[in-house]
Design a protein around this ligand. Structure first.
Ligand code: ADP
Length: 948
């Protein structure tokens, strides 16, 4: 048979197959009718039913209506030709056809599945089909027999039920299995042995008139086939055995026929028992065989699966290893591994088997944490990427998966993937990425990276600083909408659209606006990043903030324009003018452009230049001028004569300095010159005025000198006559010439007193004119001031006379040595004391204290007199000064004494000061440098105690 129900689709069997099946129906039916017991309408077995059912069940349901008449006709023909009456034959034809239809419906689930025998479920369906179909047939056939009066109803039911169940259970399996894939015969010797046993037992059981209860023997042989030889062999043997056993039983042989022959059982029942036996045999061996086949198929699949797994393991491109827990339970040990794993771990299988996993790969603490869970079965797998342990080098991706069932000894598969190259590449990429990031973030320019749509994908730190926008605000926006990049992004679009590989960089300058609205001037450079195929992938825009530079340039321009009175000239190292301001042009009457490129020396007056530099030619003169100007050096400002455009002269004050930037050598020189014509003119006027003043001063000085000389001469001339007047007056007074009359005495006293005053005044005048003319000669003798006090007191005492005035001259215990003119120093003390006496009213006190204070000789004259108003004290030591108090009280005096005192004190290197107030007495203090008169005398050791 070429077709079979091996799939869910029921394919139509060929006409040849159908014909063979129908022939089978006929032959089996004809044979059965032939062997039916005499006097009975029905046969003892009916193998034809298996062919009828197969004809339907192996065909698609749509053909069944066409097949039914054929089955019916062949069935009738088999009966009629076997010798049955027409009516009975037609009746049985109908029942057989109905039975076949019912069985086919059940077997194929009304045509929805193929009729087959491959599983226990198929077997149960076959059994159910056999029972139901046989029941339908037996009832309908018994009804036909009854209807036609051909026999007993119940006997017919018994016999036909058994024979149809047996036929469907023993022959139909063969027809169902024949369509399956033919399998190559195996175990030929075993098959032969088993067939021999089957034939022998069948012959032994059924070929003789014997009653021994050994009918089970062929079933044992069939069980052998069921267990070992497969379904096709079994079904074939079962079918043949069933036919042979049925024929022999019908022929009166075998245990069933023999047993019945001697009993009073009805022949049909005997036949039914035989058929029941066959059905039971099928019931026994068919599920056994199906189970055995299933088992064999499973074993085969498992074997091939395990082979496949092993091949996969050994030939896998992934490193595979099996590991199991070490005795300690804290590590996993390699028990097997494939070549790839050995290669990844860097060793041979022999080296690696038995090694601990942790000794091969740096698994870290995670592994030791996960291991107990993996061993307990609470964690299903663990994965890591880790370096190999030295001396092995490299890095692996490791996946640990448990293979064992929970509860059994733990066993794990390890997958190892060499990721060294990937890891190295990744690290290299990370380093490159970091480098890129560092470069971007340390660049002091705006850097914007965009994709092909111009959407910003990367921004550097400087962009945030310069523009005030944060990265988040810029990312994802189209670059020409940001306000930073120029709004007309044609350049960028053009860059992205270029398809060639040329490395053209677009560059231009544009305005940008910061987040706070500040305007910036940016120079943009844009370029495209291309992939390995040369297609554009990103655009990089680099923007440099040149706002300050542009502003400075503007300022410089302004500076060059602004100053009109100052010339600023830039000179290159060759001495040519490179920059010139409008002040220069204005000063010299040139246009600015005319001066650029002109040698600088042309501006200077040649004769002056040659004279001042000593150069032989004006060309060399500039070099001499700037020679010796160091870095940041500058020449002194000096007046120079410049030549104007019309060869006129212009006086300027000029400096030259080195123009130099911080990095390079000198880049040129800067000349700054100022128009000083006006200034010089004013200076000349001033000098003339000063000259005049000097003349006047000289004249005044000679006048003063003439006056001094006059005073001196007059004083000299006066002194002699006054002295002789005073001398003669004394002679007249003391009566050495003639005794004066009593009335004359007061007159003579007055003449004498006034004469003395005149002499004092003349002496003062002479002293002052001597001081003025610097003709006074000071002595430099060691003088003990203390020792002078006696003569000083003697000179002053007469002035006190009969006045009620206490004069207290306190002598110091130690000497008060100074260097100077003793007479002049005495004069100082006499003068101060006489003033004190003169300006102190009766009842007052005049005190002189002397001593050494702070290394100086100190003379202090104190009185309780009329004092000097504080406002007038500034003029106290000027000539002819007289206080208002002295004048109002008409106390006589010339106002020359204190100026002479002051002159003497300063000539001795000392100082004089006064403390006084109106009507509160006065203190005059004179300080003089102490003279070192010997080692035993220590200066400054004594302090003058104030008078008590
Ligand atoms: P004369 O005493 O001749 O006027 P002086 O030069 O000695 O000239 O003094 C100038 C003036 O200073 C005096 O006229 C007087 O007004 C004032 N004077 C000087 N010594 C004293 C003093 N001890 N007490 C008050 N006034 C004094």
């Amino acid at each position: 048979m070429s077709t079979g129900p091996t799939s869910g689709d029921v394919r139509a069997p060929s006409w040849r197959t159908l014909l063979l099946l129908l022939v089978g129906v006929y032959v089996a039916g004809r044979g059965a009718v032939f062997f039916k017991p005499d006097g009975f309408p029905i046969t003892t077995f009916w193998p034809a039913t298996a062919f009828c059912v197969a004809t339907f069940a192996l065909s698609p349901a749509r053909r069944w209506p066409a097949l039914a008449p054929a089955v019916f006709v062949v069935s009738v023909l088999a009966s009629v030709t076997g010798g049955r009456a027409w009516d009975l034959s037609i009746g049985f034809g109908v029942t057989n056809t109905v039975e076949a239809g019912v069985a086919a419906l059940l077997l194929t689930s009304a045509g929805r599945r193929a009729a087959r025998l491959a599983s226990q479920e198929d077997f149960l369906r076959l059994l159910a089909t056999a029972l139901v179909a046989a029941a339908v047939l037996s009832l309908s056939a018994a009804s036909v027999v009854r209807l036609l009066g051909a026999g007993d109803f119940s006997a017919t039911v018994e016999s036909t039920f058994a024979s149809h169940v047996a036929a469907l259970m023993t022959l139909l399996p063969l027809l169902l299995v024949l369509g399956d894939e033919p399998r190559p015969p195996r175990r030929g010797v075993e098959l032969a042995a088993q067939v021999s046993v089957l034939v022998a037992t069948t012959v032994l059981v059924f070929a003789f008139q014997q009653t021994a209860p050994i009918a089970i023997a062929p079933v044992v042989a069939l069980s052998w086939a069921a267990l070992r030889l497969g379904l096709p062999v079994l079904t074939a043997e079962l079918g043949i055995f069933a036919v042979v056993a049925s024929l022999l039983t019908a022929h009166g042989q075998g245990p069933f026929a023999t047993a019945l022959a001697g009993s009073d059982l009805r022949p049909l029942l005997a036949a039914a028992l035989g058929q029941g036996f066959l059905a039971c045999a099928a019931l026994l061996v068919l599920p056994l065989c199906i189970a055995a086949e299933r088992n064999a198929a499973l074993v085969e699949r498992i074997t091939s699966d395990s082979l496949l797994f092993r091949r996969n393991f050994t030939e896998s491109l992934v490193g595979m290893a099996f590991v199991e827990p070490a005795a300690s339970g804290r590590e996993l040990v390699v028990v097997e591994l494939n070549d790839t794993a050995a290669g990844v771990l860097g060793g041979t299988e022999d080296d690696l088997v038995g090694r601990r996993l942790g000794d091969l790969v740096e698994l870290g603490p995670d592994y030791h944490a996960a291991l107990p869970r993996l061993l307990r079965g609470t964690q299903h797998g663990w994965r890591t990427e880790a370096p190999l342990r030295p001396p092995r080098e490299g890095r692996v991706d490791l996946l640990l998966s448990p293979l064992s069932e929970p509860g059994s000894t733990p066993f794990f598969a390890v997958q190892l993937l060499d990721v060294t190259t990937a890891y190295t590449a990744r690290r290299a990429l990370e380093v490159a990425q970091k480098l890129t990031n560092a470069t971007l973030d340390t660049t002091n320019c705006i850097i914007l990276v965009t994709d092909l749509e111009g959407v910003v994908v990367r921004v550097n730190a400087a962009t945030e600083q310069i523009t005030g926008y944060t990265e988040a605000e810029l990312l994802g926006r189209q670059v020409w909408d940001t306000g930073i990049a120029p709004p007309e992004a044609r350049d960028l679009r053009a860059l992205l659209d270029w398809l060639d590989d040329s490395d053209r960089t677009a560059s231009h300058e544009a305005d940008a606006v910061t987040r706070s609205g500040q305007a910036l001037r940016i120079v943009w450079n844009s370029d495209v990043v291309r992939d390995e195929l040369g297609r554009p992938s990103y655009a990089v825009m680099t923007g440099m903030d040149v706002t300050d530079e542009r502003t400075t340039t503007g300022l410089v321009d302004h500076l060059m324009e602004a100053s009109q009175s100052t010339a600023i000239i830039g000179i290159d190292t060759a001495g040519r003018i490179s920059v010139v301001n409008s002040g220069t042009a204005h000063l010299l009457g040139y246009e600015r452009e005319e001066l650029v490129g002109v040698p600088f020396h042309r501006l200077l007056k040649p004769t002056e230049l040659l004279e001042r530099t000593g150069a032989e030619s004006v060309e060399d003169a500039f070099d001499i001028l700037v020679r010796g100007l160091g870095r940041d050096g500058e020449t002194q400002a000096r007046d120079w004569t410049w030549l104007t455009r019309t060869a006129g002269e212009q006086l300027v004050s000029m400096t030259l300095s080195v123009a130099q930037d911080s990095l390079t050598a000198r880049t040129g020189y800067l000349c700054v010159a100022r128009d000083v014509t006006e200034q010089r003119h004013s200076q000349e006027v001033l000098i003339a005025a000063l000259d005049k003043e000097r003349d006047a001063v000289d004249r005044l000085r000679s006048l003063d000198q003439a006056k001094n000389e006059f005073v001196s001469t007059v004083s000299h001339e006066l002194r002699t006559p006054v002295t002789s007047i005073v001398g003669y007056t004394e002679m007249l007074r003391d009566g050495s010439i003639v005794e004066p009359l009593p009335d004359q005495v007061p007159l003579l006293d007055s003449i004498g007193r006034n004469g003395q005053r005149l002499i004092a005044m003349i002496n003062d005048l002479l002293m002052l004119s001597g001081l003025d003319a610097r003709t006074v000669h000071w002595r430099h003798d060691p003088v003990d001031l203390a020792a002078t006090l006696t003569s000083v007191e003697d000179a002053v005492r007469p002035l006190v006379g009969r006045r009620r005035l206490a004069l207290d001259v306190r002598r110091p215990a130690d000497a008060v040595p100074v260097l100077g003119d003793r007479a002049q120093l005495e004069r100082v003390m006499v003068n101060l004391l006489s003033n004190a006496v003169k300006f102190t009213e009766d009842g007052g006190t005049v005190t002189l204290e002397m001593g050494v204070e702070a290394g100086e000789a100190v003379v202090r004259v104190r009185d309780t007199g009329i004092g000097i108003p504080v406002a007038e004290q500034g003029a106290l030591f000027e000539r002819f000064f007289r206080s208002t108090t002295a004048q109002s009280r008409q106390i006589q005096g010339t106002g020359l004494g204190l100026s002479i005192v002051s002159a003497i004190v300063s000539a001795h290197g000392g100082s004089i000061e006064v403390e006084s107030a109106h009507l509160e007495g006065s203190v005059f203090t004179v300080r003089l440098p102490l003279a070192d008169l010997g080692p035993s005398r220590s200066a400054g050791s004594r302090v003058v105690e104030p008078a008590g």
